[in-house]
Design a protein around this ligand. Structure first.
Ligand code: SF4
Ligand code: SF4
Length: 492
């Protein structure tokens, strides 16, 4: 989609004429309207989810943590409600990341940078920090005056109060983050009595600093220069993507209400009041066309609709539109039905991909075994020739119990005829099967010997498969897993 060249703000070096572009501080003005309300609603919901989630409990029985969402780094587990992900199952996390990526493609293709404008953490925290700034230092004009004023007791008081509240929010943000990695009530007590581990303090410190600097000091600079997403998104937009659009055909040429009344038909609807520019959190002028800095927050729509309402003109001089619809509207041609714009092949393809991965993950998740067996053959010695003519190999067998209750697994071997397993303690005669207890939500390792008659060994090695079946209290099978390795004997 064509994009307007980057515009240099007054007093700065135009792009292409210098390597460094000096920052022009943005002082967004307060605005009200439906999009602002929607942004507030999303801000409250997302922040509530972030701060409350670590305190939600989920009963998994006595052998597993009861925190609903927990990244248990010490035991290498990820708990999410009824779902427990083990390190070997990290492909679920990869699947979720792929879904998030395709979900972003889907949203961007349909409604442009809606993620950036409404739900991105940088946007949410910046919005919160700006609200605090407005509360303490006043609206746009007061803040500009305060910036220009020499340092005084009043200015110092306002500045320090603002930074104190910002730092408190940043501290709570960092504080909430660490609760995702440990039992929240326990860690909260440790933080209060000073006995929390160093890594918790360090994480809170780093996150407090990054939240304060990214949301309080750097703000729109993060979106414009640090985040790669705007560049990627530009490649995903097409002429049917909804983006915040200034209808130049309706607004130009600009002129005051008086000029418009004096020259009917010669002046557009834009009165050049700059209300749309003054509320923009990235400080751009949407009338110059689609720009990389625009995060599609739609606050300029609210500001302009307010101006239009006061002038008694139709709303929508700035609004969500697609390039194709805007051009059709300008020519007075009929507009493509909304469902056709949304249900176009590209969007449907992204949606189908996103749904297929989600469904696939649900199916795999529902059918996954809650147990596993890992076997490695001991190599020193590789085999032992027994006095009764049999050959013995030893194996390190790891039994994985992914359920939060103790279980018993039956282990058998398949492959060489006449194979017998020896009890690890050596207290029972060799048998075709062995039953072993496995602790809840853990891995138990056992050294097992397997004996086979020398006649079962065709060459110097033969394939052997260890099969583990989980037995519940009634002795019925509760899952099965197997591992294949080698049985070795003397060279023939
Ligand atoms: S131009 Fe409008 S939509 Fe874009 S960032 Fe500025 S206020 Fe938000
Ligand atoms: S708010 Fe509307 S009328 Fe005012 S300058 Fe922006 S586009 Fe023009």
């Amino acid at each position: 989609m064509p994009t307007a060249p980057l515009q240099a703000a007054p007093g700065t070096t135009p792009p292409g004429e210098g390597f460094y572009r000096r920052r022009v501080k943005v002082h967004p003005k307060k605005v009200s309207g439906p999009f602002r309300q929607l942004k507030w609603a999303i801000l409250f919901v997302t922040l509530a989810i972030y701060y409350v989630t670590p305190w939600l409990r989920w009963d998994r029985g006595p052998h597993a943590p009861d925190q609903a969402v927990l990244v248990d780094l010490a035991n290498r587990r990820f708990f999410f409600g009824p779902i427990e992900i083990w390190p070997q199952e990290l492909y679920y996390v990869a699947g979720l990341l792929i879904m998030a990526g395709i979900g972003l493609f889907l949203v961007t293709t349909t409604v442009g940078r809606a993620w950036c404008g409404y739900a991105c953490p940088q946007t949410v925290w910046t919005d919160l920090f700006m609200a605090v700034e407005r509360w303490i230092e006043g609206d746009r004009n007061e803040r500009i005056r305060l910036d220009r004023a020499p340092m005084s007791v009043a200015k110092l008081a306002k500045r320090s109060s603002k930074h104190a509240v910002w730092l408190l929010i940043a501290l709570l943000t960092g504080g909430a983050w660490v609760f995702y990695f440990a039992d929240a009530p326990t860690l909260a007590r440790q933080l209060l009595d000073g006995s929390a581990p160093f890594v918790a303090w360090a994480s809170i410190g780093v996150l407090t600093f990054t939240t304060w600097s990214l949301a309080g000091l750097m703000r729109e600079q993060v979106c414009t220069y640090m985040c790669p997403w705007p560049r990627i998104q530009s490649a995903m937009l097409d002429e049917d993507s909804f983006i915040v659009t200034y209808k130049g055909w309706r607004g130009e040429p600009r002129g005051s209400a008086k000029e418009k009344a004096a020259n009917p038909g010669a002046i557009g609807d834009c009165v050049d009041c700059l209300a749309c520019v003054n509320v923009c959190p990235t400080g751009i002028d949407i009338r110059e066309g689609p720009q990389l800095e625009c995060i599609s927050c739609a606050l300029c729509i609210d500001a302009c609709n307010d101006v239009m309402a006061r002038l008694g003109r139709a709303p929508g001089l700035i609004g969500y539109s697609t390039l194709r619809r805007d051009m059709a509207e300008a020519k007075g041609e009929p507009l493509q039905p909304m469902w056709q714009v949304i249900a176009r092949p590209r969007v449907l393809l992204y949606f189908a991909l996103w749904s297929a991965i989600g469904l696939g993950m649900l199916v795999v998740l529902a059918g996954r075994e809650r147990m596993d067996i890992l076997v490695s053959q001991e190599r020193n010695p590789l085999y032992v020739q027994m006095s009764d003519g049999t050959i013995r190999n030893s194996y390190l067998v790891k039994l994985v119990n992914k359920e939060a209750r103790p279980r018993r697994f039956e282990v058998t071997v398949a492959g060489p005829a006449g194979a017998r397993i020896l009890d690890p303690a050596g207290s029972a005669p060799p048998a075709p099967r062995i039953e072993l207890p496995v602790r809840p939500d853990g891995i138990d390792s056992t050294r097992l010997h397997v004996r086979i008659p020398a006649t079962s060994l065709a060459g110097d090695t033969v394939e052997i498969r260890f099969i583990a079946r989980a037995l519940d209290s009634t002795g019925e099978a509760g899952g099965e897993a197997s591992a294949t390795t080698r049985f070795s004997g003397p060279a023939r």
